[in-house]
Design a binder for this molecule. Sequence first.
Ligand SMILES: [Zn+2]
Length: 330
Amino acid sequence: MARDTCTVGIDLGGTNIVFGLVTPQGELIHHFSHPTEGHKGPDRVMQNILDGIEEIMQAGVGGRINGIGLGSPGAIDTESGLVIECAPNIPDWTGRQIRTPIVERFGLPTFVDNDAKMAVIGEAVFGAGAGYRHLFVVTLGTGIGGGVVLNGRIHRGAFFCAGEIGHAAVQINGRRCVCGKDGHLEAYASAKGIVGLTRELLEQGRKSALTSMAEKNEEGLTAKLVLDAARSGDEVALEVVNLAAHYLGMALAHFAMVFDPDIMVVSGGLALAGEILFRPMNEAYTRYLFYQSIRQAPIVPARMGFEAGMVGAAAMAMIELGLEGPETRP
Ligand SMILES: [Zn+2]
């Protein structure tokens, strides 16, 4: 691909839409964000997307535009461009056709997928997974998401649901997950799970510095606070973080057993936790891993931040256009 061509990457969120211009080398040369305005209805959201594309194309940077990638919340039929199912953070987004309006207006090849999948592609192509063919990216945020890359291509699955490791069961009769089922990883190792688990221990009367730390904190008890307390040796916080890390390592060992990846990448807010999470996670991972002597798939923190979704949307378009991606690397 010529060096003066760029790809537009768009990350549609519940609050903001982020637009970026990405070079074939994954460099973000221009970006801005606009409010989503989901409360004004799905037509307005689509209009805001189209206006943002117009704006970025007229910005006069990056030369020729070769394609557009759009990441949207929800389950997306990547072939038809339809939003199959979307959480209510963008009202009435379910059932919308999100690719056709872009193609009709700009006449450029356009690719749509789930926003978390786009972030996975960003991390896989231009972040910590760059150069690897088989990888897994697990995103630890309020919830837990994930994405699978096999042979340099994102693996979406028969029902566009592949990679949902957050809902892997790790405990019999365990904590209730937000999805309504019991003992899922997300109920222990997501930010919400960590806070919930800590709260349960405190309600049982366990003594912890977290009680006063939460009182002084504007947002009350948070996962960050629990990690901070664990670092300073607080017993309750350590118990929660070690349990979360243990289940995470266990789930990643399960994934490695089935898919045999080169590498696994941990992204999202909790990936910044460092050794306090990674050490016990790695201990559990090696404890459960089969064929450990020949499997050399490390678990590493992500390299990209907020831009992963936007850069990933552009990377997805590049891959689909046959211009970039892990499979083109040596
Ligand atoms: Zn669940």
